[in-house]
Design a protein around this ligand. Structure first.
Ligand code: SAM
Length: 452
């Protein structure tokens, strides 16, 4: 691998004798790993586990995930193993009953889907991405993951300063120089320079300083990058301690995990652990920046909520249902007021679960409902499709349900809902979202089920 000379020099001075094995590891294939969505399936695959993440597994090769309908159903997320270490910060230090968590730099959604699983329906997750073009994929991935207590926003870190003391945990998975991605992404090698490391480090400090007021007194800041250098990692953590008065928290880690630490956070190196380069530190906020006063306004509801949702939803009484422009949504009651407050402070892209849309006297169920843990699947006629039929459905092609009654059909693959179709008898309307449609031709030889 043709590494920038200055990167080699700097990393040699960090790693000493280990440098040769580090460089050698970069010439091997990057491990492939997934994280299961236990809210959708408790079936465990017969695969090697990622030791620091309860639902993380390594695959022995990289299949075509596009060809696996379970991937589109949100049954698992493809995530680099080292990044799953976030789970240790959450489990070891977040001891709040209904935590409010912000994932500030969230697209495409690896850490947000993980946080949603760890929250398991408790509290609130605000999943934010500042770059507009990247919010779409974040919203899609969060919808597929199916947790109802998630709000996706499109804001600059500085916008969160308004929400003084709002969050129990803020995750800053910062934009960085990408050193840890060299093996997977050749472009990150091209873009690397000492100047860029410096620029990234300065930007990271700005981002953390901007969002810090939104953290509660005693709240947790999780700071991570996919780099090895001290400027973006240890020196930034020191700066957070000295300039912002944050307290560094230790993580209890097994020596078998081979994680490196100089005392200011935890480093994953590809020659030591099965994963890519990654750095993570957990800090606790000391003093308070004041506390946010919730607005008392309820989420606006312009029309009556159809009674059929009592049938379509699991424990509908735990959710506040509301409508906007003919569409219906659900949010857990416990966070509805907080979300209404957020609406006046942030650019909200989606909040809770989109249930459906009124059309005349009918309600068209939304794909987000099919993918959500809120769905009471018994309310619908179900069709479990073959692999080819499922891919056709996901390609938004014609599908047929000769054995189903007319009306709404919950389209499933291997028991996992994918979306809805309206069965008209001789043909059916495929309502899979146009913008999510698979464009790749069906190729069963490239399909490798996770659960063999
Ligand atoms: N957390 C994501 C995950 O696990 O899938 C990966 C996040 S990536 C390391 C960093 C993110 O920060 C990118 O989505 C990028 O668009 C965003 N970003 C770029 N510039 C930013 C800025 N100035 N402030 C906040 N976020 C920024």
């Amino acid at each position: 691998m043709d590494l920038p000379e200055q990167f080699t020099e700097r990393t040699k001075s960090l790693l000493g004798d280990e440098y040769a094995s580090f460089e050698n590891a970069l010439t091997t294939d990057a491990p492939v790993s997934i994280r299961l969505n236990e809210a959708k399936s408790q079936r465990m695959p017969l695969l090697e586990r990622v030791p620091w993440a309860s639902s993380g597994f390594y695959l022995s090769s990289r299949p075509s995930f596009t060809m696996d309908p379970c991937f589109h159903a949100g049954a698992y997320y493809v995530q680099e193993a080292s990044s799953m270490f976030l789970e240790q910060a959450f489990r070891q230090h977040l001891h709040v009953d209904q935590p409010y968590v912000l994932d500030l730099c969230a697209a495409p959604g690896g850490k947000s889907t993980h946080l949603a699983s760890l929250l398991s329906g408790r509290g609130l997750l605000v999943s934010n991405e500042v770059i507009r073009a990247r919010v779409k994929i974040l919203a899609e991935n969060m919808t597929k993951w199916g947790s109802p207590n998630v709000v996706v926003t499109n804001n600059d870190p500085s916008d969160f300063a308004r929400l003084r003391g709002f969050f129990d945990m803020v995750v800053v998975d910062a934009p960085c120089s990408g050193e840890g991605m060299f093996r997977k992404d050749a472009a990150s090698i091209e873009e690397w320079s000492v100047e860029n490391v410096k620029l990234c480090s300065e930007r990271q400090r700005r981002i953390v300083a901007d969002v810090y007021p939104s953290l509660k007194e005693g709240g947790l800041l999780v700071y991570s990058t996919c780099t090895y250098n001290r400027e973006e990692d240890e020196e930034n953590v020191r700066w957070m301690i000295h300039e912002m008065g944050a307290e560094l928290l230790p993580l209890d880690i097994s020596t078998e995990w081979n994680i490196a630490s100089e005392g200011f956070g935890y480093h994953f190196f590809p020659h030591r652990t099965k994963g890519e380069g990654f750095f993570l530190a957990v800090l606790r906020k000391g003093d308070s920046s004041g506390s946010y006063k919730m607005k008392t306004k309820q989420t606006a509801s312009s029309s009556k909520i159809p009674a059929l949702f009592n049938d379509w939803l699991n424990s509908a009484s735990d959710f506040q249902l509301f409508s906007r422009n003919d569409s219906f949504y659900a949010l857990p009651k416990g966070i509805a007021l907080s979300v209404a407050s957020l609406e006046s402070e942030l650019q909200i892209v989606q909040a809770g679960v989109t249930l459906g849309k009124a059309k005349g006297k009918d309600v068209l169920p939304d794909t987000a409902l099919a993918l959500s843990s809120l769905l009471r699947s018994e309310a619908f006629e179900k069709a479990d499709l073959s692999w080819k039929e499922a891919i056709d459905f996901l390609r938004r092609e014609q599908v047929f349900f000769p054995n189903s009654a007319k009306g709404w059909v919950l389209v499933c693959f291997d028991g996992h809902p994918l979306g809805f179709a309206k069965n008209l008898g001789t043909r059916a309307n495929n309502t899979y979202p146009q913008e999510w449609r698979i464009r790749m031709e069906a190729d069963e030889s490239r399909y490798e089920p996770i659960w063999k």
